[in-house]
Design a protein around this ligand. Structure first.
Ligand code: MN
Length: 203
């Protein structure tokens, strides 16, 4: 599917005269190793947005509690619309009343290795594995490292699809889950949500 089509839902929800989120009109740079980003979004409900670059868009999930470093934690993840690649760089305030109104910080980012394989251990196309509802990958972020899986456990029929985001591997002593989103700091600017919100008001 062309990027224009894949971003139709994204664009349909937003008024780019009002929000400073990217419209995705810039030329997509799909080459190189795929990227991931985890944003913290202080919207109507606080959540983490987990995004993986697949071709020329960011496949996205809303993860209320955020990714955990503890393999014992199964984190519910609700798919959201594909986002443009430039969204990886978005940190700021979405105006009140707009879609997703609230403050966003870039909590972690980096590249990832697709690891999806079939039952016989043969590698499968990553985009295909997501469509089939089970993808594995290794994150190389500033904060998140190691292997994770995204698994769909309910296909939406009138309801939303439901997925789980889980850290793979043996349980580790000292794993401490996810930090408090209100105290967490941007990997880019070191700012908290409150600081980003305050800075926005001063512009
Ligand atoms: Mn969000």
């Amino acid at each position: 599917m062309a990027t224009e089509d894949r971003l139709r839902t994204y664009r349909g929800k937003r008024d780019f005269e009002r929000t400073r989120e990217p419209s995705g009109k810039a030329a997509a740079s799909g080459g190189g190793e795929p990227r991931f980003v985890v944003q913290i979004h202080d919207a109507r409900r606080m959540h983490f947005d987990f995004r993986l670059q697949v071709d020329d868009v960011l496949k996205s999930w809303s993860v209320p509690k955020g990714p955990s470093t503890d393999p014992g934690d199964k984190r519910p993840a609700v798919p959201t619309e594909d986002h443009p690649l430039e969204y990886e760089d978005f940190e700021g305030v979405i105006p009140k009343g707009e879609y997703g109104g609230g403050t966003v910080i870039i909590w972690d980012h980096g590249r990832y290795e697709p690891l999806s394989h079939d039952r016989r251990g043969r590698p499968v196309d990553f985009a295909e594995s997501l469509e089939d509802g089970h993808a594995t990958f290794r994150l190389h972020g500033a904060k998140l490292h190691g292997e994770y899986a995204l698994t769909r456990f309910r296909t939406g029929q009138g309801e939303e699809d439901a997925w789980l985001l889980v850290r793979k591997g043996p349980a580790r002593a000292g794993a401490h889950g996810t930090p408090d989103p209100r105290r967490a700091r941007s990997v880019r600017t070191g700012r908290t949500l409150a600081q980003v919100a305050a800075d926005d008001g001063q512009e």
